[in-house]
Design a protein around this ligand. Sequence first.
Ligand code: MSP
Length: 626
Amino acid sequence: MLPVYLFGSLKFLASAQDARLRVLGQNDAIAFDRNRKGVAHSYPKCPPNLYRNHYTTEIINLSHHSRVFHDALFPLELKFRLSYTEVTLCLPVRHRHRNITQIPGEFSLMPKNSYYLSTPIYYVNSIPHLGTAYTTVAADTLARFRRMCGDDVLFLTGLDEHGQKVEEAALAHDMTPKEWCDSLAVEFQKVWSMLNISNDMFIRTTDAFHEAAVKALATKLYESGDIYKGTYEGWYCIPDETYWNASDIDETHICPDCGRELKFVEEENYFFKLASYQEKLLEYYEEHPDFIGPDSRKNEVLSFVKGGLNDLSISRSNVKWGIELPWDTSHTMYVWFDALINYLSAVGYGQEGREETFAYRWPAQIHFIGKDIIRFHCVIWPAMLMAAGIELPQRVFAHGFLLTKGEKMSKSKGNAQTPASLVERFGVDGYRYYFMRDVSFGQDGSISLESMVQRYNGDLANDWGNLCSRLFNMVGKYFDGLVPDASDCTDEGEGADLKQIAAALFGKYKGRMDKLDYAGALEETWELVKATNRYIELSAPWALAKDEAQLPRLKAVIYNALEAVRIAALYTAPVMPETSAQVWKRMGLGDIVSVDDIEDRTSWGLLPVGNSVEKGESLFPRITEE
Ligand code: MSP
């Protein structure tokens, strides 16, 4: 009999409060969280003991990320492999085996596909602004959607802590670089928590495991001859941590990207043989048309690479705040070389005991980036991976800039609102909705307070919030707050229309999400929201309620509208987790965040008759323009 291997990545909750206990054999207890994602023994640091009976467990890695990034979460990642010698099913490792839902005994675990996505790791020169929050919210939306589709998501974000810019910022604040980074790491995590970012990991390039991975990769390239010693002479932009060739700039020595002053650098450096990867890169882009998105950006990268590449200086001899080169400690690693490796180090590269994790997680499904850092991610990064003989990520997607009054928004330009001030005014979901709905992902987009108020009042307060409150109110008024039994009347006609829209929605929505067309996915969802509002208007439950003979129809209308709202809440959940969870809670439904089978859950008719429905406070109180 062949063993079946199930690989998993499990996240612990601090307490086993909302966990269900299942007993395995006499002494073994495993706690699952409602998501079937967490598993814990009675004491979370103790790995589950599955040795008895016919189960054998191999604990691959137990890494404890002690930094708290979600209030109630005690993030502890357990990578495990279970081999079931008594199971007669034999399926290839890491393939979708959703059909194994029950393992003999009382143990049940649904293996999932790994879906690994990342944001850039942000510089610690200031707290997150609307731009960095934009990338992070977009990645979070996809992470949430993929979890709802049943994937085993690893959503990575974090901080880029080394380099000259950070060294200078720390000095200006009279702190050591590490003290400065620690203080900002807390600020970043506060903002991500405020924005309901569900990252599974928060990496910092000062993490010891990251440094180990950087050294391992650099050593490999040095030994293979891809890194060599030479002399660098040229211009450097400290705020962007970017080298510039004399041919790219003019006599003013201003950075062509950010407009700030460049510094002349002349020193002995180690170089990465980037130029020799020109042909291989071009071949790769050709063979993997989905590697760079959107297409407009791909063309930009192609013409850049076709124009010829120069070798890249990857070390600095007079920047102290960085990772030392293992073979020459008088040099520190160029901050971009160090930073890009975070995508590998986070999942175990170069770390003993994490090989299985790495094999399971890598290659990443997608790196989210802004268009400003596309060359680093689509030219330098793939060349580094090629040199190391490591597979490339499946996709790099570069979104556009947020513009205010036509200008790129950034702290240095002083035109940035803070995420906190907007969340205070629009709520976290109002905030997330605006950026995902009003800006077309992939293109530059102008943002303004006026359009934010308009979106909020129109789509959220009027269409969605009002729908929920008037409907829940009617359930209270006509049915004592309980979901009515509509089995006597199906209300074909208008009701059927609603069902059809709901039935077609999964395919349309997923199609849009697969293209990262968030605005489109929300637009599709709004078809259902608007149709439900229309349905209520046309069926006029308030008139039906006046006529006893119309009771079956009244029940059907209310049931159908509630069912549409239940389904719409599932589709709004990736963008607006807080209010969607509220809607479900008010309808007596379970925890929407733990849904991992959205396609099945959006089938019509799953709302249990008799559930109590609570009206509650307005989800999106109207905002008056100042
Ligand atoms: N540390 C590097 C990234 C290393 S990744 C291996 C870095 N950090 S950063 O703090 O400058 O963040 C840049 C990212 O912030 C951009 O790529 C983009 O995702 C986001 N944004 C910063 N300003 C932005 C706008 N005005 N609009 C949209 N997003 C922008 O570069």
